[in-house]
Design a protein around this ligand. Structure first.
Ligand code: GAP
Length: 386
């Protein structure tokens, strides 16, 4: 019940403490072996722990192998003169090689970040779960350049900033968690994932990595060109350290859609399909619906659209009964429906229906813009994460 104290239970129950100690020892050994690329020991660990295949029940494991995760291709006119080329497995490197261009032309002072969106390619062994894991996907990455030695602080800051960004979309605090990495990539001195509760369980949505000066340092080393920053406050030059935030666009899209699409049972026993997509992300912000296709109502609806469309993507729908039109917009994720009826002709008011609550309220046409903007506007949303 509510009185249960998990921390106390974990730190006092002898059996639980014993299990935890065993688990920690195994995880440490696995991390150490992976770090040293000692794949034989990884196999030994599997055998010692008598791990069985969850599907077949077999223990007949092959040796542990390193898979090739990069896509190779050839560049050149003829086969013998062609040069090996690899498709980028992350967008990050484009940012690193342009670091000085951006810093000098933008007269940027450290700390500052460069963000980019683009394709990445990986020779994934198992590409499945719809668009969760693909061989060609889209990444949105940011490299944040900082003073050496300040990486721990900035790493924590970016972990919190990014979690705040996710939570600002309103998809439920309970659906996110951090997963701190034991085994670090060759370029990182700290790394964590932000995991999201997908329909198939908690999985990585975004990675936050403290990449040290590994990338800029390596580009310097192999190109022979300096990638250093002169810090006017310290009066010295250095290769900046980097904190990276990296999120898959496709995964984010899947998280939003999977979370938002619900079949809802209503009080009157009927059901509706509704895409409860965060209003700021909804492709169409409002639908304007004349109750009937006559008596001047369509004309007023078009006037409303002409005004709103300067700021919002709005649509017009006069087909079928208004209840069916509401359902259509619910399923498309449109946060607002504006209904023009005969009362509008008399007092210039309309009804504004909210997608999630289905609440309808009457308001003057001139107040529509502010009412919609308050919920769908970027400005209002961004204020939440400032
Ligand atoms: N630059 C660091 C980096 O690439 P990562 O954790 O390998 O780090 C970052 O990838 C993000 O890219 C992941 O959190 C995930 O959202 C996305 N991602 C990675 N592999 C993917 C794949 N095969 N298909 C779709 N998205 C992928």
């Amino acid at each position: 019940g509510d009185a249960f104290d998990e921390a106390q239970f974990r730190s006092t129950n002898a059996r639980v403490m014993d299990y935890q100690e065993k688990a920690d020892t195994i995880i440490k050994r696995l991390a150490r072996s992976l770090e040293k690329e000692d794949l034989e020991d990884v196999k030994n660990l599997i055998l010692e722990l008598e791990i069985v295949c969850p599907v077949s029940g077999s223990k007949n494991w092959t040796d542990v192998k390193q898979f090739n995760l990069m896509f190779g291709t050839k560049l050149g006119a003829s086969a013998d003169s062609a040069m090996d080329l690899y498709l980028r497995p992350e967008t990050a490197q484009g940012i690193f090689v342009n670091f000085l261009n951006v810093q000098k032309s933008g007269r940027m002072k450290i700390p500052f970040g460069i963000a980019q969106i683009g394709k990445a390619f990986r020779n994934e062994i198992v590409a499945r779960q719809f668009i969760f894991r693909m061989r060609e996907f889209e990444q949105m990455e940011m490299q944040f350049f900082i003073r050496p030695g300040s990486q721990k602080e900035w790493y924590e800051t970016w972990k919190q900033n990014r979690m705040k960004w996710h939570l600002s979309l309103g998809m439920g605090e309970e659906n996110y968690r951090f997963h701190d990495h034991e085994k670090l990539a060759h370029y990182a001195d700290a790394a964590a994932d932000i995991e999201f509760r997908f329909p198939f369980g908690f999985k990585e949505l975004e990675g936050i990595h403290s990449r040290t000066d590994f990338d800029l340092g390596s580009h310097e080393k192999y190109s022979g060109k300096k990638l250093q920053y002169f810090d006017p406050e310290l009066e010295e030059s250095y290769v900046p350290y980097v904190i990276e935030t990296s999120i898959g666009l496709d995964r984010m899209f899947l998280a939003v859609l999977a979370h938002s699409l619900v079949d809802e049972e209503l009080d009157n026993g009927s059901t509706r399909t509704v895409l409860k997509i965060p209003a700021v992300l909804a492709p169409t912000k409002a639908a304007v619906l004349p109750l009937v296709k006559k008596d001047g109502l369509p004309e007023i609806a078009h006037q409303i659209i002409d005004d709103l469309r300067l700021d919002f993507n709005v649509t017009y729908d006069d087909k079928d009964a208004v209840g069916r039109r509401y359902r259509r917009q619910d399923a498309a994720g449109t946060p607002f429906c504006i209904t023009v009826d005969h009362q509008t002709l008399e007092d210039q008011t309309v009804t504004l229906r909210h997608r999630d609550t289905m609440e309808q309220k009457r308001l003057p046409i001139e107040e529509l813009h502010a009412a919609i903007d308050k919920e769908v506007g970027m400005r209002h949303w961004l204020k939440k994460i400032l």
